[in-house]
Design a protein around this ligand. Structure first.
Ligand SMILES: C[S@@+](CC[C@H](N)C(=O)[O-])C[C@H]1O[C@@H](n2cnc3c(N)ncnc32)[C@H](O)[C@@H]1O
Length: 263
C-alpha cells in the first residue's frame, strides 16, 4: 500500500498523517492483512466497506491504533508530577480521581499507582481511584494481568522493581496491592463522553493529540475541560501540543507536558 492510499484511509477515519508518519509501516501491514481477510482487493473497496459496515469500521479503528508504552515513560515528567502533587492541598481530600485515557496495557496506570504510593510514604495522600480506559479490549485484558517483559521497565529503578513487582518466568508482575482502585473500562474517547466526573488528574498522552485530526481533538479536549476540576492537571505527551482554541488549560513551569486547569 502506498502512502497516498494509506492517507485516504487515515482521512476516512479522521486520523492525522503527521502522527502516523513514523509508525506507518507496521500499521499498513495490519490493514493490508485485514483487506486480504475480508476480500477487499483495492483501497477503494476497503474504504467503501468501512464507510458502510460499522463493525468493520471499528476493526479498522483497532488496527490503526498504536499501543507502544512503558513504565514511567518520560521519567522527568513523572518527577515533576510528583513535586506538583506534593505541592497541592489534595491530601486534605477524602479521595482523588484520575482518568488514564488510552492506557494501552496499563504501564502508565501502574506508574501512577507507584508514584502515589511513593509520595504517600513521605506524607499520606488520600486513596486514588483510577478509571483506566482504552478502545482495545485485548490491551485492557493484558493490563489487568499486570505482567510485563523487562523492556517495559527500563525506566524503573532497581528499588521500585523490587518493591512493586515480583519476577515470574522472566516477566515482572505488579503487586496485587497496586491493582486496587483501578477500574479498567473499554471506552472510545472520540465517541463517548469522559467516563468520570470531577477528575484531579487526566492522562491523555501519546494518542489524541498525535494521531487524531483537529475535528476530533477539539471536542474531546472540551469534554476533558468539563470533567477536570479547577486546579486539576492534564498530562499530555512530551512532544504533543494543544491546538489553538479557547481551552482552560495553562502551561505549568514544572514541565511542558503538565497543564493545569484554571478558570
Ligand atoms: C501509544 S499508546 C499510549 C499509551 C500511554 N498513554 C502512554 O503514553 O504510554 C496509545 C493508546 O491509545 C489507545 N487509543 C487510541 N485511540 C483511542 C480512542 N479513540 N479511545 C480510547 N483509546 C484509544 C490505543 O489503543 C493505544 O493503546
Amino acid at each position: 500500500m502506498d502512502d497516498v492510499a494509506f492517507q485516504r484511509i487515515l482521512d476516512c477515519m479522521a486520523l492525522s498523517w503527521t502522527g502516523y508518519r513514523r509508525v506507518r509501516k507496521a500499521v499498513k501491514r495490519r490493514i493490508s492483512r485485514r483487506m486480504t481477510e475480508i476480500g477487499a482487493a483495492t483501497v477503494e473497496d476497503y474504504l467503501q466497506i468501512i464507510r458502510q459496515d460499522h463493525a468493520e469500521r471499528e476493526t479498522a479503528g483497532i488496527l490503526l491504533t498504536v499501543s507502544i508504552s512503558r513504565f514511567f515513560r518520560d521519567r522527568r515528567m513523572w518527577e515533576a508530577l510528583g513535586e506538583m502533587i506534593t505541592g497541592t492541598d489534595w491530601r486534605k481530600r477524602t479521595s482523588c480521581m484520575a482518568w488514564c485515557a488510552g492506557c494501552a496495557s496499563g504501564e502508565e496506570v501502574y506508574s501512577l499507582k507507584i508514584l502515589w504510593e511513593e509520595l504517600s510514604r513521605a506524607t499520606p495522600l488520600p486513596p486514588l481511584d483510577i478509571v483506566a480506559t482504552d478502545v482495545n479490549a485485548a490491551l485492557l485484558e493484558r493490563a489487568g494481568q499486570g505482567a510485563y517483559p523487562p523492556s517495559s521497565l527500563r525506566e524503573v529503578d532497581e528499588r521500585s522493581k523490587q518493591r512493586y513487582f515480583t519476577k515470574t518466568g522472566g516477566e515482572f508482575v505488579i503487586l496485587r496491592d497496586l491493582t486496587r482502585g483501578i477500574h479498567w473500562t473499554v471506552h472510545d474517547f472520540t465517541t463517548s463522553p469522559p467516563p468520570c466526573n470531577r477528575c484531579d488528574l487526566i492522562f491523555q498522552r501519546n494518542n489524541l493529540l498525535t494521531y487524531y485530526d483537529p475535528s476530533i481533538v477539539i471536542p474531546v479536549l472540551k469534554g476533558i475541560a468539563g470533567v477536570l476540576r479547577d486546579g486539576g492537571l492534564l498530562i499530555v505527551g512530551n512532544n504533543e501540543r494543544l491546538p489553538a482554541g479557547d481551552f482552560p488549560f495553562k502551561a505549568t513551569l514544572a514541565y511542558r507536558s503538565i497543564l493545569r486547569k484554571e478558570i
